[in-house]
Design a protein around this ligand. Structure first.
Ligand SMILES: Nc1ncnc2c1ncn2[C@@H]1O[C@H](COP(=O)(O)OP(=O)(O)OP(=O)(O)O)[C@@H](O)[C@H]1O
Length: 386
């Protein structure tokens, strides 16, 4: 039995459609991240699950029990959920221990205190039970809010951007601790985030949304290596974009000729190549192999990897600017020449008029229109019609 089920849930604010027939599940003990750009409907979905927003259409079940179906809505306190908000929403007039005991009011005072203290112990905050919330740091407030959400032992935890108030360094530490606490608690978790890396760190499965619609559901590995469309591919990491058209059954790009299976002759496609999918070989390796040569424009160490800016200059066409990412320290000189090899697992081909171009170009649009749309979408690399 699933801990949470959304069945074709739609939601409007006036004329704005915030969610469009969203279906998803969260299994028992599973951590699912709702991921997507700002305004795609993530918080609306979470609020509907919590019962903080009236369901307009569709059905929501928690632990096999119908909690909302557009006709009736169970109130939040009857849903067996633990909530944690972006700003933690600790009650300023209650001490830390009383905050954590808030959801345990049905218990006798002594039992309530014991359970609140146990929850605080789990997050390493037992010494602060008598403190006032405003005297705590952001990281400590986050831990108290998590303890409050976990204290009643809910079946489902709903976390809305739980790390967004923390600085980068603390965030990594806190999200690691949160993942282990949540997993140890056994509660199923639906967590909202707009950061792909955070979702990949936390999630057993990711639900990717765009403009209120489901784009893809999958494990982090599936989402990264088998993106459903160009938007999904670009959302999970930087990509080099190339435009091409199917010619004589192949996709002829300045980098490589690729098989055009599944596409029809003359069809315009968009080819996305992750920077780590471009391998740099010594220039000699290009001899007679048909591999393309590239010139280094700049190379920068980014910590665990290096980013190499490359220029490919095909005869009779505008140069192509590409990014290659190489593990560790790899800093060739400007002007160095390499031959390029593509890792097929990091190359994705989609119809040029696919979702990312819908607003800008429309299906069957010219390569130029698609390129203009790609530029508007913040593409990483300069692309050109081959
Ligand atoms: N109470 C409201 N009244 C009117 N419009 C709303 C309301 N709440 C949200 N919206 C709109 O609905 C859309 C979805 O909002 P929602 O907060 O669910 O998105 P989100 O993905 O959580 O965004 P963010 O990451 O910025 O918080 C947005 O366009 C937002 O402006």
């Amino acid at each position: 039995m699933d801990a949470l089920v959304f069945d074709s849930v739609s939601h409007h604010y006036g004329r704005l459609r915030a969610l469009d027939r969203l279906s998803l599940t969260v299994g028992e003990g599973e951590v699912v991240c709702l991921l997507g750009p700002s305004g795609c409907g993530k918080t609306t979905a979470l609020r509907l699950a919590a019962g903080l927003e009236r369901l307009q259409s569709g059905r929501i079940e928690i632990g096999g029990r119908l909690v909302a179906d557009g006709g009736r809505d169970l109130p939040p306190e009857a849903r067996d959920v633990g909530l944690m908000f972006q700003d933690y929403a600790l009650f300023p007039h209650l001490r830390v221990g009383e905050n954590v005991g808030f959801g345990l009011k049905h218990l006798p005072a002594a039992e309530r205190e014991r359970r609140a203290l146990a929850a605080l112990e789990r997050v390493g905050m037992a010494d602060y039970a008598r403190a006032w919330p405003h005297t705590l740091s952001g990281g400590q407030q986050q831990r108290v809010a998590l303890a409050r959400a976990l204290a009643p032992g809910p079946r489902l935890l709903l976390l809305d951007e739980p790390f967004s108030g923390l600085d980068q360094r603390l965030r990594q530490e806190v999200r690691d601790a949160t993942l282990h606490l949540v997993k140890a608690s056994g509660a199923a978790t639906l967590m909202v985030t707009h950061e792909p890396e955070e979702a990949m760190f936390m999630a057993d499965r990711i639900v990717l949304l765009r403009a209120g619609r489901l784009v893809q559901v999958g494990t982090p590995v599936e989402c990264y290596f088998k993106p459903a469309d160009a938007f999904a591919a670009g959302f999970f990491g930087e990509v080099n974009r190339l435009a091409a058209r199917v010619e004589a059954g192949e996709l002829r790009t300045p980098l490589a000729w690729l098989p055009a299976e599944g596409f029809s002759e003359g069809e315009a496609v968009e080819i996305l190549v992750r920077p780590e999918g471009i391998r740099l070989l010594p220039p000699g390796d290009a001899a007679g192999s048909g591999k393309v040569e590239a010139r280094v424009i700049a190379a920068r160490l980014l910590g665990r990897s290096s980013l190499v800016h490359l220029s490919v200059e095909p005869a009779g066409a505008a140069p192509l600017h590409l990014h290659a990412r190489v593990p560790g320290r790899f800093l060739p000189d400007d002007g160095d020449i390499f031959s390029l090899d593509l890792d097929p697992a990091q190359v994705f081909v989609f119809p040029a008029a696919g979702p990312i171009f819908r607003e800008g170009a429309g299906r069957g649009a010219s390569g130029e229109a698609a390129l203009a749309a790609a530029a508007g979408a913040g593409s990483a690399a300069t692309v050109r019609e081959p």
